[in-house]
Design a protein around this ligand. Structure first.
Ligand SMILES: *[C@@H]1O[C@H](CO)[C@@H](O)[C@H](O)[C@H]1NC(C)=O
Ligand SMILES: *[C@@H]1O[C@H](CO)[C@@H](O)[C@H](O)[C@H]1NC(C)=O
Ligand SMILES: *[C@@H]1O[C@H](CO)[C@@H](O)[C@H](O)[C@H]1NC(C)=O
Ligand SMILES: *[C@@H]1O[C@H](CO)[C@@H](O)[C@H](O)[C@H]1NC(C)=O
Ligand SMILES: *[C@@H]1O[C@H](CO)[C@@H](O)[C@H](O)[C@H]1NC(C)=O
Length: 474
């Protein structure tokens, strides 16, 4: 009995190995043929199944394509996408319209993948991580068979395709990671549930499930680490992601921090238009709970106490909270915030603006002198970068991206303020109000020039530097 099962297993493995080997040889001959027809051309395959989405991840993709085309003249770029109902022309037109990025149309082509639904989370109600990862391998296999490239770059975080292209497709591989698929925080959270929910019936029912989940995450993290190490070069979008990827993949010498491109150019050119009888503090963010708008109101409350003997100064202060509401629960949160501002008797100093147009937002940028951000542990904070580019003095939460990547508070290079508690925020506002004009200008100018780190130009330089090793050895 045992030997039969063993025999079957061995034969399955043998068949699998033989088919992978023959696939590998077949792909090699395909590649040789491709090479023969385009003399000396390097084929670059970029995996981006949702390339027509028009979000931040897509800006990364198209800036990268443009940068590669500007630097190398013997390359052909193929984008693996699942947007089967968009023609190449319509995709490239949208890129031009949304991001104002022109790519060389002749040498950019698309391979349309039919199995994109395999990477969608809704297909896997259980074991989502594992399901999506296995799905991405199959999708990657489709991509590889349709067009085997010389260089493969994954720009959406499907790390499981990396070993496939490296070992079966025989490519040089690189990846750009926005977000680790699994994080140490996630592991910790699952584990901690074991300690903090260790009560009554829970003890009987849950420890085993929790234990299983921890084991599952552990194993997944191990595999994730192995697939990540297959990459010849790794780019990460922020310090937060970098720390996680370093912990998980353990290859710091191949890991490069390449900030994604933000549109800061037009904001940097925006003229200031402050009115001297008002001190406007601007807050921008969706009305989501994690944005912690109540902290902003509490900070204002503390500020009033600090300014209790300077009524004329207090009367100048105005907090403008700009945000968008997606659905009813956001509107309810907005209502609660308005009630809270009445409760703290701040209604004359606070103004709420919902779903404002871009033009109005630009005017607000010009009129406001101080920006406030209160979200704890935000991974990055594009909104903060935009406010700084527009010339506001920012007070951001002392955690996550603002602390690690954006705000510098040491004397001499200060470009903003960091705070945690309501009182700290109030003190920051107060010290800005009492700042000398020189210090105000220094901070403002430092902020405006520091956002250059997040510009398209800077992205392109760093991206090209990070992918150089892929070209050297082909
Ligand atoms: C496209 O690639 C070919 C050969 O690699 C090159 O000669 C040509 O100049 C490229 N086209 C453009 C518009 O750059
Ligand atoms: C990196 O990607 C994550 C996930 O998309 C995002 O939350 C974060 O803001 C990004 N970082 C930067 C610097 O844009
Ligand atoms: C566990 O029990 C303690 C004391 O009985 C209680 O204070 C705590 O809230 C309980 N924790 C959970 C998660 O139920
Ligand atoms: C509103 O949207 C958020 C996020 O998409 C969701 O978590 C929440 O349940 C939604 N609320 C309602 C009432 O639809
Ligand atoms: C410094 O900037 C704050 C905020 O714009 C302003 O209230 C204050 O008057 C400025 N200080 C001087 C001396 O202009």
């Amino acid at each position: 009995m045992f030997t039969i099962i063993f025999g079957i297993l061995v034969s399955i493995l043998a068949v699998l190995a033989v088919s992978l080997l023959s696939l590998r040889n077949w792909l090699r001959s395909c590649k040789r043929k491709l090479k023969g027809s385009f003399d000396g051309t390097v084929n670059i395959g970029i995996f981006h199944p949702y390339c027509n989405a028009g979000g931040g991840g897509e800006r990364v993709l198209w800036c990268a394509v443009r940068a590669l085309q500007a630097k190398y003249d013997n390359i052909k770029i193929v984008i693996y996408t699942g947007d089967i109902d968009s023609s190449p022309n319509s995709i490239l037109e949208k890129v031009q319209g949304t991001f104002n990025i022109n790519v060389d149309k002749q040498n950019t082509s698309f391979v349309y993948l039919k199995r994109r639904m395999l990477v969608e989370a809704k297909l896997y109600p259980y074991f989502t991580l594992l399901g999506q990862s296995l799905g991405s391998i199959i999708l990657g296999l489709e991509a590889l068979c349709r067009f085997p490239p010389d260089i493969y770059i994954d720009t959406t975080g499907y790390a499981f395709t990396l070993p496939l292209f490296r070992y079966i497709g025989d490519c040089k591989v690189g990846c750009y990671v926005h977000y680790p698929t699994i994080s140490i925080d996630m592991l910790r959270r699952v584990q901690q549930r074991e300690y903090c929910h260790n009560n009554q019936t829970y003890v009987v029912r849950n420890p085993f499930v929790t234990w299983m989940k921890v084991v599952y995450y552990r194993i997944f993290a191990k595999i994730y680490s192995w697939v990540g190490q297959c990459s010849d070069t790794i780019m990460v979008n922020s310090t937060w992601t970098e720390n996680h990827i370093r912990d998980l993949w353990g290859v710091p010498f191949k890991t490069h921090r390449v900030y994604p491109p933000c549109e800061v150019k037009h904001l940097k050119e925006l003229k200031r238009n402050e009115n001297s009888d008002k001190i406007i503090i601007l807050s921008i963010g969706q009305f989501r709970p994690e944005k912690d708008h109540p902290l902003q109101l509490q900070a204002l409350y503390e500020l009033r106490t600090l300014l209790s003997r300077k009524e004329e100064l207090w009367d100048k202060v105005q907090l403008v909270i700009v945000g968008s509401c997606r659905n009813d629960s956001d509107y309810e949160r907005l209502k609660n915030m308005q009630d809270l501002s009445k409760h703290l008797s701040l209604e004359n100093s606070v103004e709420f603006k919902v779903n404002v147009h871009f033009q109005e937002l630009l005017q607000l940028y010009q009129k406001s002198s101080i920006g406030i951000h209160t979200m704890w542990n935000e991974h990055f904070g594009i909104g903060i970068v935009e406010c700084m580019a527009a010339g506001m003095i920012m007070i951001a939460h002392r955690s996550g991206g603002p602390l690690l990547d954006i705000i510098e508070t040491s004397e001499g290079s200060q470009n903003g303020y960091l705070a945690t508690s309501a009182l700290e925020y109030a003190n920051c506002i107060l010290s800005i109000i009492y700042n000398s004009k020189e210090l105000n200008d220094t901070i403002r100018n430092a902020a405006r020039s520091s956002v250059e780190r997040f510009s398209e130009e800077e992205f392109e330089v760093n991206f090209l530097r990070a992918v150089t090793p892929l070209f050297n050895e082909t």
